[in-house]
Write a protein that binds this ligand. Structure first.
Ligand code: CUA
Length: 352
């Protein structure tokens, strides 16, 4: 008998030690993006609350499960039937009051702390950089509200200052997306017709990885973006450079021959062509439903051999209205403008 109960005690101790050890080893293991990062003031607040909740839950879990396992072993039936009922504790008022009050106090404290943290995080500062974030299938568009500078995730990083609040106004063009940079904060849903606000004050300059955290269609996995956090002076220099036209101007409307291939590349990403086609140079464009577009401009026949391709104009006609050239095609009509189609073909030409 004493041999068994000491074995049970050893088992409970071992479980407790194991649980504490696994807690200790969780955080240092993540040098890469970690969903409870602390590189912005807001992410730090959230992280603190998360760790506190986790540790409290872990203590309760280990206690409850430990007692359960201990009791199952220590008080298991040892005599053959009919067994004797062990002493019951029903009616122990002190014990019952205690296990009603302790959980209530823990839950009310957690509730209070959560409300405090969330309200601190939802304060929108008067002074800060305001950036509009628009999610679209399948890219992110960032507009710097004070200067009108625009950046798309298909051809650049979201550049932001450190040590200064950045206020994001988050929305979507088509379906629901979700804006998330694990190290800095989020995640905030991007909903068509709605504006969700979120503030970051980034503490450390550096490159951070962002993702779309809402399944939004076939190109969802390709909705990655980079955040480039720079010291304020460097950020302002970058913004000035963008304003003074270093940012590529959009192609002249109706331009016939010379489309802007980098605009075309961005269009291929935003129209979701990559859901069906493999398109070299476009992030996430690795669909296998349709043919690969590598070298498409150099082919003499397109649309499965149904359409002659003698030059850019044929390709343009095809992508503007595929059903007019081959009624049975699976290629959708995207409603491209002339200028958009010209740019897309300009990019496809570079894949010869
Ligand atoms: Cu956008 Cu997932």
């Amino acid at each position: 008998m004493p041999r068994l109960s000491s074995g049970a005690r050893r088992m409970v101790t071992a479980l407790g030690v194991l649980a504490s050890l696994s807690l200790l080893t969780v955080q240092p293991a993540f040098a890469e993006p970690w969903f409870m990062g602390t590189d912005s003031v807001e992410a730090g607040q959230l992280s603190q609350l998360w760790w506190l909740t986790l540790i409290l839950s872990a203590v309760v879990f280990v206690m409850v499960e430990g007692l359960l396992i201990y009791s199952s072993i220590r008080f298991r039936r040892r005599t053959s039937l009919p067994s004797v009922e062990p002493p019951q504790i029903h009616g122990n008022t002190r014990l019952e009051v205690m296990w009603a009050i302790v959980p209530a106090v823990i839950l009310i404290s957690l509730f209070g702390l959560s409300v405090r943290t969330l309200s601190a995080m939802s304060v929108i500062p008067e002074d800060g950089e305001r950036i509009r974030v628009e999610g679209a299938q399948f890219s992110w568009n960032f507009t710097y509200q004070d200067s009108g500078v625009q950046v798309s995730s298909t051809n650049g990083a979201l550049v932001i200052p450190t040590e200064r609040p950045v206020i994001f106004e988050i929305t979507a063009r088509d379906v629901i997306h979700s804006f998330w940079v694990p190290d800095l904060g989020g995640k905030t849903d991007a909903i068509p017709g709605k504006l969700n606000r979120m503030t970051w004050t980034v503490l450390k300059p550096g490159m951070y990885r962002g993702v779309c955290a809402e399944l939004c269609g076939s190109g969802h996995a390709g909705m990655l973006f980079s955040v480039d956090a720079r010291p304020l002076a460097e950020y302002q220099a970058w913004l000035e450079q963008q304003k003074s036209g270093a940012g590529a101007a959009p192609p002249a409307a109706g331009g016939v021959a010379a489309g802007d291939s980098s605009a075309g590349r961005a269009l291929i990403a935003s129209k979701g062509c990559g859901g069906c086609h493999n398109v070299p140079g476009v992030q996430g464009a690795n669909g296998a439903v349709g043919p690969s577009l590598a070298g498409v401009a150099g082919r003499t026949k397109i649309a499965g051999g149904a359409v002659n391709n003698t030059g850019p104009d044929d390709l343009k006609k095809w992508i503007m209205d595929p059903k007019a050239l081959k009624a049975s095609t699976a290629m959708p009509t995207l409603g491209l403008t002339d200028a958009e189609a010209t740019s897309i073909v300009a990019y496809l030409e570079t894949l010869k």
